[in-house]
Design a protein around this ligand. Structure first.
Ligand code: PLP
Length: 388
């Protein structure tokens, strides 16, 4: 049975271009910091990947710092230790969106007492007026904030008004970060147009290998204290020998996903067709963040009367891989923090599954999905499985 992989937001299949770049790099020896020919060849691979990753977000290549993934990138930038024009620019508190990925929500190097959550509305979009008043409170106390609001949500695909967040944040002297892990390669991302100071990326969400990520700054004037120290790599911003093969794969995936942005309309049509198939069940289908701008390839839904666990297992048995809530918290039966923050009732949230598509999704997937869904429906006891 051909399986359908509908879980790109957890990890995307490795793009052939990325696989070729990884294999090619693994076949060669060389530390990117070494001065000999082998080292210089590794260095060139890293620098060419840096240029490709920078291009994906419209940035200057020298402002890209490679990390071992999105989680490390987020933990690194979420620090009170920043400098502007070489002078200390300490941030006293951290304001994060309530629906952020756990690697942002946990606050990085800020202590729990310094972290506040910006509430979201029923569509999952941050309440800009709440951000304004939180920043006004901070200013009144003489405090500076680092603001972190993701570009696209990993569970619902909702696109946050990040340019507004940046404008509001900067008017209060904040440093503004966006976690663009789920937006890059799905929608055009331009660091200057967003107006943020720094953004973070992950290779495996765009068809690169797992275990590579990046921090991208908008300007050389603003810098963060490294999380990993003890080596001069990455212009002193991230110590440790670069993972040349993973970085090379990241670069190849960045270039390929940039070229693939033109296929967004196709993915949106596939997503909408999947929703239509789900609707043929005659059961009510709730779409989360339905009225928010969303990335084209993500669909978070609940089918009335069916728990997420039941649906996920039934679909898996029919050859369709989806996830319940976020993959990072899969295995956990309780409704996730994203839908809770949006005020989704618990009985509805318990049925939430996420379908996410990507570069290798095809029109032919629709027939297979339709067949699988009809089989799933046959085996679902009518209306009996909603978790209490
Ligand atoms: N940020 C978002 C929005 C994510 O979806 C994820 C992964 O699920 C991460 C950060 C973490 O990235 P990584 O898996 O590379 O550590």
């Amino acid at each position: 049975m051909k399986r359908l992989y509908f879980d790109y937001n957890a990890t995307a299949p490795l793009r052939p271009e990325a696989q070729a770049a990884v294999v090619e790099a693994l076949a060669e020896t060389g530390n990117a910091s070494s001065v000999h020919g082998e080292g210089q060849a590794a260095h060139r691979r890293v620098e060419s990947a840096r240029a490709a990753v920078a291009a994906l977000v419209g940035a200057d290549a020298k402002l890209v710092t490679f990390t071992a993934g999105g989680t490390e990138a987020n933990n690194t930038v979420l620090t009170s230790h920043w400098s502007r024009d070489g002078r200390d620019a300490r941030m006293d508190m951290l304001l994060v969106g309530a629906t952020e990925h756990p690697s942002v929500l946990s606050g990085g190097r800020f202590s729990p007492g310094q972290i506040r959550q910006i509430p979201v509305d029923g569509e999952g979009l941050v309440r800009l007026e709440a951000l304004e008043s939180m920043l006004a409170d901070a200013t009144a106390k003489g405090e500076r904030a680092l603001v972190s609001v993701m570009l696209a949500n990993n569970e619902t695909g909702a696109i946050q008004p990040v340019a507004d967040v940046a404008r509001i944040g900067h008017s209060a002297g904040a440093i503004v970060h966006t976690d663009a892990v789920q937006a890059a390669g799905r929608i055009p991302v331009d660091i200057a147009a967003l107006g943020v100071d720094v953004l973070t990326l992950s290779a495996h969400k765009i068809g690169g290998p797992q275990g590579a990520g990046a921090i991208v700054r908008a300007s050389e004037d603003l810098s963060f204290a490294p999380l990993l120290t003890g080596g001069g790599q990455e212009r002193l911003l991230r110590a440790g020998t670069e993972n040349v093969a993973a970085i090379a794969g990241f670069g190849a995936a960045a270039a390929a996903s940039m070229a693939g942005l033109a296929g967004a309309a196709r993915l949106q049509r596939l997503r909408d067709a999947i929703l239509a198939i789900l609707g043929e069940s005659g059961r009510k289908v709730t779409v989360f963040s339905e009225n928010a701008p969303r990335v084209p390839q993500t669909l978070a839904i609940a089918v009335e009367g069916v728990s997420a666990e039941t649906l996920l297992i039934a679909l898996d048995l029919q050859g369709v891989a989806v996830s319940s809530g976020s993959a990072c918290s899969s295995g956990k039966v309780a409704p996730g923090h994203v839908l809770s923050a949006m005020g989704v009732p618990q009985n509805v949230a318990r049925g939430a599954i996420r379908i996410s598509l990507g570069w290798d999704s095809a029109e032919s997937d629709l027939d297979l999905f339709s067949t699988a869904w009809r089989r799933v429906l046959k085996h679902l006891p009518p209306g009996a499985v909603q978790a209490a």
